[in-house]
Design a protein around this ligand. Structure first.
Ligand code: GLU
Length: 285
């Protein structure tokens, strides 16, 4: 059975781009008589605003969507820790106490998540006890050697050779949050039985890392569907903080103003978009 999901982070209000994403995920599941899940990705306690989850549910219901809600990330911390312990025992993680500024200054080029970490703490071998607050990074070269060549399939773009090395040594346990997006989302999709990971084209590259983590942790391998993004006039994807409020693309404000959510959902299905908005693959990745 096909299982898709919509996995918003409650760090800002949803906008039309999220509506499109949730509709694509629900409709793909429906088409095949499958299940559509909602998962609140509230892993980052410092940025999460718990009250937004209730707005998200109201927005989705207003659009006429139906979903099953699974556990939010804040309730799954033990599973993230357990997976990280396994990778540590395999010798694939190392502690890092570099600051953002140090990383930016020494970066080895730029990857999909920003500056590529130059491996300073891998080389110097800081000890966890001596270093205070640390992040744990994946030793990418060792991980790629361990996993061997990997492929994954995007329903729209076709088969892909996994190239997680473009990210360098990604952080899996963050200093300020219990786990990184990459680790948490990969584990959650497996735990939730997601068979078709549906999300925006902006997260296409992240799938290289997720495919690697699946191989290292012995997780099932889903198929992916990276849908096109709603772009503004400059070709940039809509952003929560900027576009939900000022530009009138926010779902909650349209709902509270008495707009017709089902009509909006149908317009998005037909790719009938408001003036100034287009559908595209995005410029940033
Ligand atoms: N929580 C992520 C976001 O809101 C989406 C993650 C995913 O779909 O894998 O951008």
């Amino acid at each position: 059975m096909i299982v898709t999901r919509f996995a918003p982070s409650p760090n800002g209000p949803l906008h039309l781009g999220h509506a499109f994403s949730a509709i694509v995920a629900q409709d793909l599941a429906r088409e095949w008589g499958g299940r559509f899940l909602l998962r609140i990705e509230d892993i980052d306690g410092s940025r999460s605003r718990p009250e937004l989850a209730a707005d998200f549910r109201a927005d989705l219901a207003w659009l006429g969507l139906e979903w099953e809600e699974v556990a939010a990330q804040s309730g799954r911390l033990a599973s993230y820790r357990a997976a990280a312990e396994r990778l540590k025992a395999d010798g694939l993680l190392y502690p890092c106490n570099c600051t953002r500024a140090q990383i930016a200054a020494a970066a080895n080029g730029t990857g999909p998540d920003g500056p590529v970490y130059p491996g300073t703490c891998r080389a110097s071998g800081i000890s966890e006890a001596a270093s205070g607050e640390v992040a744990w990074r994946l030793d990418m070269a060792a991980a790629v050697r361990r996993a061997g060549p990997l492929e994954w399939i995007d329903e729209r773009a076709g088969p892909q050779r996994a190239t997680p090395e473009i990210f360098g040594d990604v952080v899996l346990l963050r200093k300020e949050a219990p786990a990184s997006y990459h680790l948490a989302a990969t584990l959650d999709d497996a735990a939730d039985g997601v068979t078709l990971v549906t999300r925006g084209r902006d997260l296409f590259a992240a799938t290289h890392v997720h495919r690697l983590l699946q191989a290292l942790l012995g997780l099932p391998v889903p198929t992916w569907h990276h849908h096109p993004l709603l772009l503004d006039e400059s070709g940039a994807k809509l952003a929560k903080r900027r576009d939900s409020g000022a530009l009138g693309f926010g779902l909650a404000e349209r709902r509270l103003a008495g707009g017709d959510g089902r009509a909006l959902a149908d317009a998005l299905r037909r790719h009938a978009l408001p003036a100034g908005i287009s559908l595209g693959e995005g410029l940033d990745r």
